[in-house]
Design a protein around this ligand. Sequence first.
Ligand code: 1HN
Length: 349
Amino acid sequence: MSLTEKPEETPERQEFYARIDKHAMTPLWTVLSNIITPEPKSACQPHLWKYDAAKAFLLESGSLITAKEAERRVLILENPGMRGSSRITTSLYAGLQLVMPGEVAPAHRHSQSALRFVLDGAGAHTAVNGERTNMQFGDFVITPPGAWHDHGNTTDQPMIWLDGLDIPIVGFFDASFAEGYSDDEQLVSRKTGDSFARYGANMLPVDHQQDRLASPIFNYPYARSREALEVMKAQDEWDPCHGLKMRYVNPVDGGWAMPTISPFLQLLPKGFKTASYRSTDATVYVPTEGHGRSTIDGKVFAWGPKDIFVVPSWKWVSHEVDDEAVLFSYSDRVAQQKLGLFRDDRGNS
Ligand code: 1HN
């Protein structure tokens, strides 16, 4: 017996397996090496979606169905190794959402957490827990688990963003609840910008009690994060694997901004080539600026702004950039860390 080889299938054994099969029982030793692998074995494949092609399909869907009829007008980015399962990695979902001028995506809430990463358009809003925020390119916006949320576009341009959700994680635990709101849009009870002023200015209300797992900031504006990277880059200190890589935090406890999804923003200076890196958290990347190539499991993927690519668990990845590049990314690292599962490998660097 070993962890990697299966014992021989003798006629006596097969006859026994067939008999216990009728009693909903099965021998471990015939499946052990499939279920306890020496290292991660994933159906998730490295893949890249070109934004321009995806956007053309998304705009086409805009004349097929309204946001209201669809509930959310989204084209799912489905991993080629896991077609039919509505996932981009084993544990995470990604989709591109379109809200046309004048449309509302009606209010609802669900157990699943969502992030939005804004790609096209400017000034459409999302409302979360009674507050609206106007979204701009590169803004990272959170919908915490169980929070009422609706979107609206009162601008004259289509608005497109990437949705990242923990749908497969919630599905794995059979813990999904969802409900619609009584109206298309939720009641607005707080001024736009209130939560950012209250929680995003390096201060907290003096008696603030942590009452939920997600960050109380729900829009992390790109302008602010990008400016921080700009100041830090002058220090000229680069991590061999990551360049300059930051994580979005919950200002209340310094933990991750979301309970199940870890969001990151990184800058790679002009001409930088990272060392190879691998980690157990399969990661979805969206460059906002610059052009480059990422080598994932030996395959090269060329990207530019707004393209979306995915790096599976435990596959080596390195990035090489032509001009200065900025990449947003997200993974399930926070969930793996809470469960004691996260592991990474910096190769020789
Ligand atoms: C959802 O609520 C949104 O609120 C987007 O924009 C995508 C995918 C599955 C389930 C709920 C949204 C979603 C979703």
